[in-house]
Design a protein around this ligand. Structure first.
Ligand code: HEC
Length: 196
């Protein structure tokens, strides 16, 4: 009898939990996400529907939220945008070439938070911030703009190619690091329309 009660209680608890989750998820149901993004420092779950509006229904963001793969890596049109987003939002603290300034360098293979080796980790750091002056950037960048910024940061990478886990084998083979003075024209072909 005791056993049955416990089973019933467990069943009820499960039922209530899923009702609770469904009820919570409904009002601000964001883009469907297969990946759970967590705050880089606290591990708290991030709600990707919070912050600057828009930039959530592009094919690249949908893919990224499902698989963690950033389709903008190595896409010249996105690198052009990413360069501009990075220089507005990040370079003041991280340096023009992400070489480090007030904040740490982002262009080598040393990370305070090893999760940043993956694009999903880098996204979580940009979205939710880290410690001190590294605040969350979800109010000034949409998820799509974050993916473009990430593509640019990865492009500035100067470390060994073998540690560049964000590149697939094909991309690793033809990887050429950023060259000073390199520019991407307004009509660079690719997935990212020029920023307004
Ligand atoms: C106001 C200054 C400031 C701005 C602006 C800023 N950062 Fe930071 N960032 C920092 C500081 C300081 C740290 C170190 C925080 C820590 O260790 O928790 C940091 C840490 C980071 C880290 C963790 C690096 C590691 O080694 O693990 C990443 C990634 C990062 N920033 C990316 C960005 C990006 C991308 C932007 C632009 C969207 C940006 N930051 C804007 C100051 C800034």
């Amino acid at each position: 009898m005791r056993h049955t009660n416990r089973a019933v209680a467990a069943f009820l608890a499960l039922g209530l939990t899923s009702i609770g989750v469904a009820a919570l998820a409904q009002p601000n149901a964001g883009p469907s996400t297969g990946i759970t993004f967590r705050n880089t420092v606290t591990g708290e779950e991030l709600n990707t529907s919070e912050g600057k509006e828009g930039g959530r229904d592009t094919p690249a963001v949908k893919e990224f939220f499902q698989t963690g793969k950033n389709l903008y890596i190595d896409d010249k049109s996105c690198l052009r945008n990413g360069e501009s987003l990075f220089s507005t939002s990040c370079s003041g603290c991280h340096g023009h070439l992400a070489e480090g300034k007030l904040g740490p360098g982002l262009n080598d293979n040393y990370w305070t938070y090893p999760s940043n080796t993956e694009d999903t980790g880098l996204f979580a750091t940009i979205f939710g911030g880290a410690n001190g002056m590294m605040g969350p950037h979800n109010e000034n960048l949409t998820p799509d703009e974050m993916l473009q910024t990430i593509a640019w940061i990865r492009h500035l990478y100067t470390g060994p190619v073998k540690d560049a886990v964000w590149l697939n084998d094909e991309q690793k083979k033809k990887y050429t690091p950023y060259k000073q003075g390199e520019t991407f024209p307004k009509d660079a072909p690719g997935q990212c329309p020029p920023l307004e």
